[in-house]
Design a protein around this ligand. Sequence first.
Ligand code: C2E
Ligand code: CA
Ligand code: CA
Length: 652
Amino acid sequence: MGWNVSAEVIAFIIVLVISVYSRQSHAVPSPKNRVFRLCLATTLGAIGTNLASTLMIAYAPLELLPLTYLVTLCYFVLTPLLGTVYFYYAVAVVGEARPVGRAFVLASGVPCAAYFLLVLANVPTGCLFSFDAAGVYMQGPLIIATYLVFYFYCVACFALVVFTRAPIDPVIKRILAVFPLIAVGVIAVQQLFPTYLLSGSAAACSLLTIYLYLQNKRLSVDQLTGASNRQEFLSMVSLMDEKGQPFTAVLVSLSNFKFINDKFGHENGDRFLREFAAYLGTVGEARLYRYSGDQFALIASCDGAGGNHDEAAATATLIAPLQKRLEEPWRIGGHSCTVGAAIGAVSYPAIARTPGDVVAALEYATVESRKLEPNTPCVCTPEMMGAIHRRNAIADVVRRAAEQDGFTLNLQPIWSESARRFVAAEALCRLTDDELGPIPPDEFIPIAEQIGVISDVTRFMLERACAFVRSYRDAHPSTTFHGVSVNFSAVQFIQDDLAESVLAVVARHGIPASCLRVEVTESAIIANPEAVRAFMEKMHAQGVRFYLDDFGTGYSNLSTLLELPFDVVKLDKSILRSVTEDEHLVEFFALLASGFGVLGTQALSEGVETPEQRAFLGRCGCDLMQGYLFSRPLPPEEAAAAIAASEGRGEE
Ligand code: C2E
Ligand code: CA
Ligand code: CA
């Protein structure tokens, strides 16, 4: 029989090229990557033995027949095995998205094992192939088994990928489903035209597809620095977690990289990053990852000794040399420049117990490190880990509450000393969780801002506050109660149609816009001056009033007050406390309160807790007061009753 081997030779070269290109010394030794290397080795072996056996059958002298037999036997083992290793590659990919049961992995090897026994049985029986006395190759009666086992694994691979519920990227799913079909097609052609050797081509096509889409170095390596990328970092952490291998992870976040880019140009910025990465690659015996633009992560395996030992070892081998290097200048574009960094570290499993913990702890510790002296590391402690867990738990509760309107409104009435009744109220948000209990707003509001649901909080508060005003005015038609103030956060002023959407809520509830007051802090104004100004002007024109919140807590700047139309300035409770503790400040406080009057702005004192404080404020001419002395924040019905009682009419 004349064999056509040219397709096999080309396939062999292609697979060889892929093997060379996909070699990656620092690749994560994940099951997927390991099975891919097995696919490469099996494919090379299968094509190699196919070529060797074909050529030997055709040209080797009779004396070499035992060798020809052996090579052919290897070919018979390796070629159907191709289907098996590709199937296991698909299993590994699926397993990354959702763990695959051990029993499934073992059970799916049964046909392969049975086929292997058949190959062994071939030696005495010739059931797959044999050579006659003249050295002529003859197919055995069970030769079909080689095709069947190959088809079986291709179909199994297809079914696994199509029917799995694991969350796999649809593109990857399509690739994994299509390559076994191509392989089946090619092998079917070979079955029809046995003189054309095509099994190698089928395998090379599959490998090439996998390589291009799933195993390409570009998918895992950062092109600029040559370090592995963030995805690889996450895979490595998951892998170490699966194996229970202790390690220490360090996140290095450059502090002034933007400055380098601005000052020395992007090209030099890139050069510096390459140099910095090259330096980090030499620190300790750690794997290096580019975590984000100007953040690098290191992972160092530990020998398994627990807790403090790991941290001490990590500090000694990873962080200490880095700190020392950071004190020295770098050469950047012919200039010499020192570069600072924030450094966060955590050990697994002593402190962080899951991959999610590792990432959260690193990011948290890096943020904490930034608050310390430059280049001072922050090593995550159990207390910090506890704080992170609480924060994450609160974030979940807040997210759920935002979806389901799970907040509640409390109102704290605001007292006017001259009117001797409650004239307004502040809307304060409350959140209670079955497990965590009541969560203070000082804790959940910043989290709501960070996770991007603060506008849901404000919308909820606005709705309920307007509904309160509406029902109070309906129940007390001749009331002189002015209205409710709602707290707005700095981050929400970036919303373009904020004014329109707020006014729409007010209009929907059929209350005058003057019944709504917006509380803004100075820090919010500083964060977004133009947006706040535009918002205030639009809203003010419609009659909405503005309260400047937390005056006296750091940012206070009189020009803000002069430039923006504030109706009321809320003096932070800390001011009142320090004033009443220090008699020298009494006069100053009196001047401050009357000074606001001159500007056409009323002063409101927060945190009034004692009759002495109230008397003091009275002497200073501060008319508006808010605090526990008058009323705690109350649920709407109780607040309505308190306000009505102060108006001297009780519930009508
Ligand atoms: P804030 O805007 O300064 O609100 C006043 C805080 O002082 C409230 O705390 C109130 O309960 C408390 N307070 C009132 N009277 C007294 C007193 O006599 N003594 C003392 N020690 N405290 C008093 P709360 O309700 O825990 O809220 C804390 C902060 O959370 C608020 O400070 C505000 O910044 C934020 N917050 C509350 N609700 C919302 C909301 O709906 N949206 C936004 N963006 N922030 C909110
Ligand atoms: Ca407030
Ligand atoms: Ca305040």
